[in-house]
Write a protein that binds this ligand. Structure first.
Ligand code: GRF
Length: 200
């Protein structure tokens, strides 16, 4: 059974979907802990499913590195097989990424490498494209720049605002995330091989 730690900052709707999938008896992974950089609403989903949580408040540290060191210490307590960034709105320090790579993945509401960063949905709308998408990637030291593990197109519809478009992207993100976690757990997806395949 693959053990998973999920890191969030917000509502945790993608976390919720993963928790629901993982509650199915035949799902080959279990979420063992949920962490956040702030008092995230998504902690409520962890509590509902009886999953432990930890909080490493970014604002209480002098530097990203100090914050990342504490986050790493918390993860080390739980020793998950896989770390999922599910709406964690912080860039991880490079040494933390290096420590967990390739066992750390992220979801993103755009078809990477298009529209990386914190405003992927807004940026797609501003660019006037007629399709965007959702991606699940390996985390590297850059911003949404890691190897792509899964992605799917989502159309931009006339009249879409950021909220409406994000609401249509999120179900796709959830499906891709759950599928990637399942494939990692079954061995169908080898993260180390994915990392090697894209190495320069
Ligand atoms: C997701 O679209 C994630 O990719 C983005 O923020 C959203 C998180 O939503 N960075 P939620 O917290 O899972 O509801």
């Amino acid at each position: 059974m693959l053990t998973v730690a999920v890191l969030i900052s917000g509502a945790g709707s993608n976390l919720r979907a993963l928790l629901e999938a993982a509650a199915e008896p035949d799902f080959p992974a279990r979420v063992i802990v949920v962490g956040a950089d702030r008092e995230a609403d998504g902690f409520g989903h962890a509590e509902y499913f009886g999953i432990p949580t930890f909080l490493v408040p970014f604002e209480q540290f002098d530097s990203r590195e100090a914050w990342g060191a504490e986050l790493g210490a918390q993860l080390a307590v739980w020793q998950p097989d896989l770390v999922v960034l599910s709406g964690l709105m912080r860039l991880l320090p490079a040494d933390l990424v290096a420590a967990w790579s390739p066992r750390i993945i992220n979801t993103h509401p755009a078809y990477l490498p298009e529209f990386p960063g914190a405003h992927g949905v807004r940026d797609a709308l501003a660019a006037g494209v007629d399709q965007t998408g959702a991606s699940v990637i390996l985390v590297d030291a850059g911003v949404d720049s890691g190897p792509i593990l899964a992605q799917e197109r989502v159309p931009v519809l006339p009249g879409d605002d950021e909220h409406a478009l994000h609401d249509r992207i999120k179900p796709v993100e959830r499906r891709l995330l759950i599928d990637v976690v399942r494939r990692v757990a079954t061995g169908d997806l080898d993260l180390a091989a994915a990392a090697r395949a894209s190495a320069p």
